[in-house]
Design a protein around this ligand. Structure first.
Ligand SMILES: *Cc1c(COP(=O)(O)O)cnc(C)c1O
Length: 477
């Protein structure tokens, strides 16, 4: 049999040998392309585009796997981003734990899907136990539930839909699922911090409320929602006839890692019958640390929580879930199709997860969580979190005691935001210079000033490396 005549995996030993050899060749090729701790080759975007655009994407005749791999080895691998590099720290974009890379292989081999039980029997059951564990970790009770999603943005969108639907059902006695947004929809208001993730604005657009429905609440000097001002703004809107239906606490803002006060926001939410959502896409990983989990606050008071496993949990993209305190709120995604998720099957114990999700075909991402949790345990995960948050504290302590730097808020999680006290242009130049040398850091704006951002998710980063980075930055002073 020639390799190109073998299509898919089977129990045939020759077919298994073919896959075995493809996987081991690929692994060797990838591993031998990794020769330093640089995260990026430094090639400029025009040159890279020119090289890659020369690839003939669909040749009339196939090249066979070896030649295809060779092309990838020559043109693509050298310029992929190495997320495991300790020189990569701009975004909430993590390296993947070794065991989770292997988990991806299992997921790809089986290619199970989570729409209906018959498309992923064990995958469905794994998602159920992982969701149950996450609910338990965050202090939710027996009536809780959840679902894996495409990412934090997908989890947040699901939460916004649930909040809108719950508000319509409970307070307006209106079936939004059937009729669409009620006539008063222009009065709907969703409150979130001015530095929260833009997925809430996108969600407001997607569900037909528009950006104007999102009110961005001011933050205090710790970059948390200013509770007093928030209460004034919401009361003013309420008096003016607006309909506050949702408030969001960000548990780890994307830029600063700052954490909103959930208990206070719950109190305000209750006053106006609002749904409270915690966007813990970033901060959720800290739940694994006995030292730092209390920083997250009383997340169990929220109606729902966004958890990203592809950030602090160091799992491969994509891997995220939404958990809800009351499983009924997920009903807004239920819909039955004769060909897929018959109600009669569900009565016989076949659980079809499609009824909880926006997506239909859905990867078995929960298997990555299971394999990593089994491998590390809570203790092993806690050590990872303690290391990355500890690194941010160390970094910050060096900066705060040095007059060359202007610092942002003290880190609660693993992000450090600061500027060299030499003006915007010098700070922008530092980031560009570092990038051309293979070190990528982030940049943002605070109070109108360009700031540098270090998002420290890699537990392999050492204090020595932090010291040498600071020295390098100071050479621009
Ligand atoms: C990253 C992030 C998101 C978006 O998550 P994706 O997985 O990138 O879609 C949402 N909220 C916060 C606070 C984030 O940091």
């Amino acid at each position: 049999m020639r390799e190109n005549d073998i299509y898919v995996l089977s129990f045939d030993e020759e077919v298994k040998d073919t896959l075995r050899s493809m996987v081991s060749k690929t692994l060797e090729t990838v591993l031998s392309s990794i020769t330093s701790d640089k995260c990026y080759s430094g090639i400029d975007p025009y040159k890279l585009r020119e090289n890659i655009s020369k690839i003939s994407v669909l040749p009339p005749q196939g090249l066979g796997f070896d030649k295809a791999l060779k092309k990838v080895e020559e043109e693509i691998l050298p310029h992929l981003l190495s997320t495991w590099s300790t020189s990569y720290m701009p975004h909430l974009h993590s390296p993947a734990l070794l065991e989770s890379i292997v988990a991806e292989l299992i997921i790809a081999i089986y290619n199970d899907s989570l729409d209906s039980w018959d498309q992923g029997p064990a995958a469905t059951e794994v998602e159920l136990i992982v969701i149950k564990k996450m609910c338990e970790l965050f202090g939710y009770g027996d009536n809780s539930d959840g679902v894996f999603t495409s990412g934090g943005s997908g989890s947040n969108l699901s939460a916004v839909i649930q909040a809108r639907d719950k508000y319509c059902n409970d307070y307006l006695h209106y079936d939004v699922k059937k009729y669409g947004n009620p006539e008063c929809y222009k009065k709907f208001r969703l409150y979130t911090s001015e530095i929260s993730h833009f997925s809430f604005d996108k969600a407001a657009h997607i569900i037909g409320l528009g950006y104007d429905a999102v009110v961005h609440l001011p933050v205090n000097d710790k970059c948390q929602i200013d509770i007093k001002k928030a209460e004034e703004i919401i009361e003013r809107d309420y008096q003016a006839g607006y309909l506050p239906f949702m408030v969001v606490a960000t548990i780890g803002t994307t830029d600063f890692g700052s954490i909103d006060n959930v208990s206070e926001l719950r109190r305000i939410a209750d006053k106006y019958h609002m749904y409270l959502h915690c966007d813990a896409a970033y901060g959720s990983g800290a739940i694994m640390s006995s030292t730092y989990s209390s920083r997250l606050g009383a997340l169990n008071l929220a109606n729902s929580i966004t958890i990203d496993f592809h950030k602090m949990f160091l799992l491969p993209i994509s891997c995220s879930c939404l958990i809800v305190k009351n499983k009924e709120t997920l009903d807004c995604f239920s819909l039955h199709a004769d060909y897929l998720n018959r109600e009669e099957d569900e009565e016989d114990g076949y659980i079809n997860l499609v009824g909880k999700a926006i997506q239909t075909t859905r990867r078995a991402d929960s298997l990555k969580v299971l394999i990593a949790f089994l491998t590390r345990g809570k203790d092993g995960y806690g050590k990872i979190i303690d290391t990355v948050i500890g690194n941010a504290s160390y970094f910050y302590s060096k900066l705060i005691s040095d007059k060359a730097f202007i610092t942002g808020p003290e880190p609660e999680l693993s992000s450090v935001v600061f500027a060299l006290d030499r003006g915007d242009e010098v700070n922008k130049k530092i980031r560009r210079d570092l990038m051309s040398e293979g070190t990528i850091i982030g940049q943002t704006v605070k109070d109108g000033k360009v700031m540098l951002k270090f998002t420290l998710l890699n537990p392999a980063l050492t204090h020595d490396k932090i010291d040498s980075l600071i020295l390098k930055l100071k050479s621009y002073y």
